[in-house]
Design a protein. Structure first.
Length: 246
């Protein structure tokens, strides 16, 4: 493994996640590196166009990484196939519709059609959340061939935020998800936010993503979610078939 490259990528990820510019001293302390070493890493990122230095000497990530990501996303068959179905679901629900994939232990939001009303769900494209705690993540996890082992693995690793359920309760949920293909959440991952999600099963019967419809609980009630289940399942089934699924 190239430790220099690995370190540079880790610093780039840290800058990308930061809400404000970060100084050399703070980064050096965080990564337990000498300031001179961190300064060389940051200078390389700046020279390559992946980071920028402000007048105060702090660093931010540039849009170059975002540009690379959008090129990758444009070639992703899942997104190209799902977009038209997502628009239909957004029109039917009036709520925010998100396309989500598994990335490591996380649910990663890769595309979104936002609600047109002022009060809406707060997730955004590029956001990550623990798959164990989100409805989209649960629908994908439950449809893995080794779902029991995967749930156990994630449950043991998930420390912050702490899982709200016991492992046997998660596994009981997984059985229902496998049977029905969807799951509903009422103010679990985000307070006052309700969400309905269904899995997209692709080639070889493996989950390739999920679609989640999310909104504030005052407007997006359990009855609202239940009414959308047939349309959501139909959309996810058709997307999966287009990608070679069953």
């Amino acid at each position: 493994m190239d430790s220099t490259l690995f370190k540079g990528l880790a610093v780039l990820e840290r800058l990308s996640a930061a809400d404000t510019p970060v100084g050399v001293s703070a980064l050096a302390a965080e990564f337990d590196l000498p300031k001179s070493n961190m300064h060389r890493t940051l200078s390389t990122l700046v020279a390559a166009g992946y980071a920028a230095k402000n007048d105060a000497g702090a660093y931010t990530a540039t849009l170059k990484t975002w540009g690379l990501g959008t090129q990758i996303m444009a070639r992703l068959p899942l997104q190209r196939t799902a977009v038209s179905f997502m628009h239909t679901l957004q029109e039917a629900s009036g709520e925010t519709v998100s396309l989500v994939v598994m990335d490591g232990d996380d649910s990663l939001y890769i595309h979104q059609i936002s609600s047109s009303v002022p009060i809406r769900a707060s997730s955004h494209v590029g956001e990550r959340a623990p798959a164990l705690l989100t409805v989209s993540g649960k629908t994908m996890l439950a449809n893995l061939p080794d779902y029991t082992a995967r749930y156990r693995e994630l449950f043991q690793r998930q420390k912050s935020p702490k899982p709200p359920l016991k492992l046997n309760e998660y596994l009981a949920e997984a059985e229902l998800i496998r049977e029905n293909g969807y799951w509903m959440s009422q103010s679990v991952w985000r307070p006052a936010i309700n969400s309905l999600a269904a899995v997209i099963v692709g080639a070889e019967g493996l989950p390739v993503g999920a679609i989640a419809i999310t909104g504030p609980k005052e407007r997006y009630t359990a009855a609202s979610m239940e009414a959308l289940i047939p349309s959501l399942l139909n959309a996810c089934t058709n997307i999966g078939r287009a990608l070679g699924g069953p």
